[in-house]
Every structure is written in C-alpha cells, then in structure tokens.
Design a protein around this ligand. Structure first.
Ligand SMILES: Cc1cc2nc3c(=O)[nH]c(=O)nc-3n(C[C@H](O)[C@H](O)[C@H](O)COP(=O)(O)OP(=O)(O)OC[C@H]3O[C@@H](n4cnc5c(N)ncnc54)[C@H](O)[C@@H]3O)c2cc1C
Length: 451
C-alpha cells in the first residue's frame, strides 16, 4: 500500500464524508470542475460532510505533505478548486442553509450554490448580493468579492458577510467576525481562500422581490456601436436599485447581437420608469425586460455557461468606456471564433463603490466598467484559437485599461496577480497571512505570500 493509500485508509475510519482516490467510483466526476479545460488529478479528494471532516482533511494534507485545493462551487475559471497530485478538499456535500427571518440573516455551509441560497431566502422575500449564474459557489465568490444584481444597492457579496466559521491551516476552528478575530474577518473579505477554509458563512439579508424588474433587450450587432454608447450614457445616471450589463454575443439562432441585461430591485413602478428609455431605444429586436422573479433573473443566463464547456477569460476594469474602446470591443468580437463566447461589460456604481478600499481586503471599489472577454468553446481542437482570440482582444484594449483586476476572474497565468488583485491591501494581507498560514498551506488561489 502507498503511504497516501495507507493514510487515507486510517483517516476514513473517522471521516463521515468520502475519501476518494484515483480509480474509486465517482473520482473522475468529482475531480472535474466547471471549466472543462481544467484536467487535473488530485492524489485524493476529501468530500466533507461537516466541519470536523474539513479539519481532518487539513491534518491529512499536513501528515502527507500534500498541497491543498478547496472546492466550494468549483466555478473558478482558472481551476483553483482542484490540484494536480494534491488533496482536493471538497465542500460540495455541505448544503446546510438556515434563514433567520426575524434577524434577516442567513447562515449557509461552504458547499452551497447561489441558486440554492436564493431559493431558500426568496421563500421569505429576502436576498443578499450573489452571483448572476446559479451554479456558482457562495464561498469562492464571496471571499473574492461577489458581483451581482444587488451590488449597487447593498454592496458586494462580501459587504454583506457578517461572519464565517473558518478551519485554519493547523486544523483549529475559529469564528471570523467584526468582534472575533477582526484581522481575519478583514482579510477573508477580499483575500479569497488564502487564510483558511470557510466551513459556513453568515450574511445580512434584505427585502427583495420576489418579483423585481429584470431581463434583456437585444439589438443586431450592426447597431452595437450606438447601443454601447447608449449603454454608457444610461449607466451614468442609474439609481442604486439598478444594475446594467452590456454584452456582445451570438444568439441561439446564430445571429451576432448586442444585448443589455438589466435589473431593478425597487418597486415595479420605479423599475418600469428606469428602463422605459432602454425599451424604447432602437427599438430592440427582442425585448424581454419587465417584471420577473428574482430567482428567474438569477437563472436567466445559466444556459449560456454550461458545466464542462472549455473556458478562458481575460478581465480588467476600463479607465473609461470611450468611443475608441467601444470600437475596439466590437472589432474584437467580430473576430470571435466561437458562438459560445461573450464580451461582457459590468457597470459598477452605488453601494459597492462607496466603501473605502481599506475597509475590507477588497480593492475593487471603482465606479465604472469591468470588461470580461469570456472565451468559451466545446471542441478541444479549438482551444488554441479561442485562447489566442481572448488574449488578442484583451491586448487591443491595453490603452483603455485601469490597473485593477477582479481576483475572481483572473486567469491562471495572470502576471503580478496578487498585486493587481489586492492593490494597496496586499501588505496588510501578507502580514495577516503570516499569522494564520505561515507555511502557505492555502496557496491554490491568487496567492498572498506570508510577510
Ligand atoms: C459562468 C461563471 C459565472 C460567474 N459569475 C460571477 C458573478 O456573477 N459574480 C462574481 O462575483 N463572480 C462570478 N464568477 C466568478 C466566481 O466568483 C469565481 O469563479 C469564484 O471563484 C467561484 O466560487 P466557487 O466557490 O464556485 O469557486 P471554486 O472554484 O470552488 O473556488 C475558487 C477559489 O475559492 C476558494 N474557495 C472556495 N470555497 C472556499 C471555502 N469554503 N473556503 C475557502 N476558500 C474557498 C478556492 O480555494 C479557490 O481558490 C463567475 C464564474 C463563472 C465561471
């Protein structure tokens, strides 16, 4: 028996979840993540059923001297949830969700996905800022930032985090909150999985929906220059209740289009008024913008990002969405080799941008546009040209790029990743890292090196 097999066999006597090794039934499915381009073989996968399982898995990695990856929803495009030859600590069986209606809070375990959380909180007409694709994990998304429809009104997902139960590198379990380990609480709100494993997360909730205003208007690509200029002007005066995303993509019928996807979480009358000009402009060839449930809005674009599709993203904030930048985006999209790819513009304003850069570890407090070149394809023979397209389109945008990049969208080979993601918060993050993870066990992320 190999030392790993022997240690796994001993650990499985107390482990409540599953410990999988290569060859075990389920291993091959569980080692895969959302991005089909990622094809790694962990030495073992610890499928945790509770906090004690996580702590045992951390100790097992220590005993064996194995590198560790932590899997929440497995959505990270760079594949940071899995690791070649290391121990994947998989929280996906941990699905507990508890809504406290009176206190307006929710506590959820680290394997919960946004569609699962929204389903429970929306039973009570409550929500917190979460990702726009339902199959994304709450943990990875929140610890890195958390961009979603509610962020102009209620801040990023991490701004709504009240506390987290953390398993540290030495296996200890501690709570991170404003009044308990406040340095750790500061660091996990933006510093990702660098400081420990979030076994559960507790969020503030707000009255939202169940019916809000949302959806998409679509224009032919031939009108995209005017549409994106109109988008820029509309974004300049959006209220906090609204968020607007611009997208260049291929429609299911094969036509290339420019879409504007919007949401308004206030009254339906206010939502109708805010989006009146959006529905009139053009007019759109397709108009699916109106009252819909908050959960429907959050499932609307799921089919565009199927599990197993091959993906490579480049993303960064723009200094300004100038006419020249718009022309560059459109010219890039015209060269796009795959109908599954998107160029996405996310507009940041409101509450998420009013919080000071040093208040949490998240440095992404910019008013303006984040551009995502989301290259996606299904045939591995297309990999080279689809990756090249993303890189080339992104390179053409260089003159219009601001220094900040969103940590959760970073590609695996991003240059100076920690510096561009954490910005001025990096030195403090490094000091806190050396307190909580001096040996850098949790390095399979946009890594903060111990000071
Ligand atoms: C199709 C698609 C849509 C997306 N939409 C959005 C969006 O709307 N808004 C947005 O902000 N982002 C979005 N993202 C990016 C998303 O935030 C990141 O991919 C994020 O990492 C996903 O979280 P996860 O738990 O699924 O990640 P995983 O891949 O499981 O993990 C990602 C990172 O987080 C760490 N991690 C995961 N769980 C834990 C835990 N419990 N404790 C400690 N560390 C942990 C991992 O170690 C890893 O480093 C999207 C990504 C995709 C592919």
């Amino acid at each position: 028996m190999s030392p790993i097999a022997e240690a796994v066999s001993i650990a499985s006597q107390s482990f409540t979840g599953q410990l999988l090794q290569p060859g075990d039934p389920g291993y091959d499915y569980r080692r895969r993540v959302h991005n089909g381009l990622i094809d790694r073989f962990p030495a073992a996968i610890a499928r945790c059923h509770g906090v004690a399982d996580i702590a045992d898995a951390v100790r097992l990695a220590g005993t064996l001297g194995l590198g560790v990856s932590v899997r929440g929803g497995g959505h990270n495009v760079a594949g940071r949830a899995t690791i070649e030859g290391g121990l994947m600590i998989d929280l996906s069986p941990m699905k507990g969700i508890q809504v406290d209606v009176r206190e307006r809070t929710v506590r959820a375990q680290g394997g919960v996905l946004w569609k699962e959380l929204n389903r429970e909180t929306q039973l009570h007409g409550l929500a917190t800022t979460g990702g726009v694709v339902g199959s994304t994990g709450i943990a990875g998304l929140t610890l890195g930032g958390g961009v979603g429809w509610l962020m102009p009104k209620y801040g990023l997902a991490l701004d709504n985090l009240r506390a987290a139960d953390m398993v540290l590198a030495d296996g200890r379990v501690v709570r991170a909150a404003a009044d308990e380990n406040p340095d750790l609480f500061w660091a996990i709100r933006g510093g990702g999985g660098n400081f420990g494993i979030a076994a559960s997360l507790e969020y503030d909730l707000h009255a939202v929906g169940p019916t809000i205003t949302g959806g998409v208007v679509v224009h032919p690509l031939s009108r995209s220059f005017d549409v994106l200029r109109f988008y820029r002007e509309t974004c300049a005066s959006l209220p906090d209740e609204s968020m607007l995303v611009g997208v260049l993509q291929t429609a299911p019928d094969g036509a290339r289009v420019a879409g504007l996807v919007g949401s308004h979480c206030g009254s339906l009358a206010d939502g109708e008024a805010v989006f009146r000009s959006l529905k009139a402009f053009g007019p759109p060839t397709i108009d699916l913008l109106g009252p819909m449930t908050y959960t429907a809005l959050n499932g609307m674009i799921d089919p565009a990002f199927p599990r197993g599709a091959l993906s490579y993203w480049k993303a960064q904030f723009l200094t300004e969405l100038t006419d020249e930048a718009i022309r560059t985006l459109i010219a890039g999209f015209e060269e796009c080799p795959s109908p599954m790819s998107h160029i996405i513009l996310e507009h940041f304003h409101g509450a998420a941008t009013r919080i000071p850069v040093g208040a949490t570890a998240c440095a992404m407090r910019i008013t303006g546009f984040n551009v995502v070149i989301a290259s996606q394809w299904s045939d591995p023979r297309d990999t080279e040209r689809c990756v090249t397209w993303a890189r080339k389109t992104f390179a053409a945008l260089t003159p219009y790029l601001a220094p900040t990049r969103y940590v959760n969208y970073l590609e695996a080979d991003a240059p100076d990743a920690a510096a561009v993601a954490y910005g001025p918060n990096l030195p403090r993050l490094r000091a806190i890292k050396s307190k909580y993870d001096r040996g850098n066990l949790f390095m399979n992320n946009v890594n903060v090196l111990p000071a």
